[in-house]
Design a protein around this ligand. Structure first.
Ligand code: GTP
Ligand code: MG
Length: 273
């Protein structure tokens, strides 16, 4: 049996699982849990000190699931406290604030911290990760859009949900899908169910969309040197068009990236004799 498979008393009936929350301080981890478990929202910030623990029971199909939730403090100060709690986990809720770019950029560091604490024999492939793009009610301050967040999550095989602990949007759907996925994983002997190839995309497609998003000008976007010839521009364009054409590419953000590439080509060709 896989190292972090949960113990169950009666096969097919009750199941005990452990989930943890991860993400920078103040992104809303505790509020998401509170919204789901207590159906309420607290607007005053009360930082989690080290770790908060709670137990809840949920029903998934015919099974009663006992969920042990470990809500971690995001502040670096509490690293020594939370590092004990990564092991024997079946589900991770990875949260960022859509209005705080730092909290999105920090997601990789959170995964690295978990990997380090699990050690060389730890296996993160048999854990369900759900990414919560939280505080979507704060539309004015939003700086990470859905396709950027979804691309990051789905390129890693993680679930992705847009949530607001304040309004409750997305919270129940997120937890329901999260728990169903964990139960599916447990029933599948600890292996993630294989992803349907028509809904997946390649790493090259994901990396290209990210590169296009962060390009500084049209030359950079097409990946050619400033002053490149018409032929060079057209060749680069064709390569990107094949990779990103919306008929062929299902990666989040591919449609916008494709449009941006078309516009970049048009703009460059206008000025090349
Ligand atoms: P640490 O425990 O320090 O790691 O923080 P945390 O991630 O648990 O954040 P917490 O849930 O305590 O929320 C931080 C602040 O954000 C609080 O003031 C919350 O009221 C607010 N907040 C949380 N979720 C939302 C949300 O969806 N929308 C809005 N507008 N505010 C939110
Ligand atoms: Mg907290």
């Amino acid at each position: 049996m896989e190292a972090n498979m949960p113990k169950r008393k009666e096969p097919g009936k009750s199941l005990r699982i452990k989930v943890i929350s991860m993400g920078n301080a103040e992104v809303g981890k505790s509020c998401i849990i509170k919204r789901y478990c207590e159906k309420r929202f607290v607007s005053k910030y009360l930082a989690t000190i080290g770790i908060d623990y709670g137990v809840t029971k949920v029903q998934v199909r015919d099974r009663e699931i006992k969920v042990n939730i470990f809500d971690m403090a995001g502040h670096p100060f509490f690293y020594e406290v939370r590092n004990e709690f990564y092991k024997d986990t079946q589900g991770v809720m990875l949260v960022y604030d859509v209005g705080q770019k730092d909290s999105f950029d920090a997601l990789d560091a959170w995964l690295a911290e978990m990997k380090q604490e699990l050690g060389p024999h730890g296996n993160m492939d048999n854990i369900i990760f759900v990414v919560c793009a939280n505080k979507i009610d704060c539309t004015k301050h939003r700086c990470i859009d859905e396709s950027e967040g979804r691309l990051w999550a789905e390129s890693k095989g993680f679930l992705y949900f847009e949530t607001s602990a304040q309004t409750g949007e997305g919270i129940n759907e997120m937890f329901q899908t999260f728990y169903v996925s964990i139960v599916d994983l447990c029933e599948n002997g600890g292996k993630r169910p294989t992803v349907n190839s028509s809904t997946s995309f390649t790493r090259e497609q994901a990396d290209t969309i990210r590169r296009i998003r962060s390009s500084k000008d049209s030359w950079d976007m097409l990946g050619v040197k400033p002053g490149a010839s018409r032929e060079e521009v057209n060749k680069a364009y064709r390569k990107l068009a094949v990779l990103l054409h919306p008929d062929k590419c299902v990666a989040p953000g591919s449609e916008d990236a494709f449009k941006a590439v078309v516009n970049a080509r048009t703009a460059l060709l206008k000025n090349i004799k």
